[in-house]
Design a protein around this ligand. Structure first.
Ligand code: ZN
Length: 147
């Protein structure tokens, strides 16, 4: 067993757990969020003779873009609520980003534990070899007694 390798793995896990604890603490008390992202889209009303027909669209206007059952739904955002909605959408994005980091950290930690496992693991093949050796030894001893 490689003691140095295992002690390095242990150290790396300790550091990652510190990172994870900080990250988790930052997730405990999120500010108000809205489950969507804020996007700005240009509009084409399609009316005859309108400037948008000539390539000068209206807007851009703010929308909340949300995923529902695999589809994207847009909801127009009124100007007086824009600041509030923007803040909430940003907080949601931040939270989601941190969750993704948490997932990666957990995967990393798990893979390091798997390495520790593998360094401490013997294969059944090795166990079989030991059994075969033992059997041979016993036979040899019996043969010697018999002689
Ligand atoms: Zn138009």
């Amino acid at each position: 067993m490689d003691r140095k390798a295992i002690s390095d793995l242990r150290q790396r896990i300790f550091w990652l757990r510190e990172d994870r604890e900080k990250l988790e603490n930052s997730l405990f008390r999120p500010k108000k969020m809205i489950r969507a992202s804020l996007v700005f889209l240009a509009n084409y009303c399609g009316k005859k003779g309108c400037r948008c027909k000539k390539g000068f669209p209206h807007g851009p206007y703010p929308y909340l873009s949300e995923k529902r059952k695999g589809k994207t739904r847009m909801t127009y955002v009124k100007k007086r609520t824009l600041d509030e909605v923007k803040r909430e959408a940003e907080e949601y994005a931040r939270f989601q980003h941190r969750l993704a980091r948490l997932r990666k950290l957990n995967e990393k930690i798990r893979s390091l534990f798997e390495q520790i496992r593998d360094l401490n693991c013997r294969k059944v093949e090795e166990y079989r070899k030991v059994l075969t050796e033992r059997k041979k030894n016993i036979q040899r001893q019996e043969n010697e007694k018999g002689n």
